[in-house]
Write a protein that binds this ligand. Structure first.
Ligand SMILES: [Zn+2]
Length: 55
């Protein structure tokens, strides 16, 4: 199966989700509860980050 369930924001941004579907992207990043220690992004769910740290 695909890894969509636990896809990271890094992967989404690589696919340019923030350009193709800003609404879906925003739903992933707010309300932000975690940030990624690896790339600095923030997200609503830790599972969407490669190195999640609590905000
Ligand atoms: Zn990351």
């Amino acid at each position: 199966m695909s890894e969509d369930a636990h896809k990271t924001l890094c992967a989404y941004v690589e696919e340019e989700l923030q350009v193709k579907n800003p609404q879906a992207y925003m739903a992933l990043i707010k309300p932000a509860t975690h940030y990624c220690e690896g790339c600095g992004r923030s997200a609503a769910k830790a599972e969407n980050l490669c190195k999640p740290q609590k905000l």
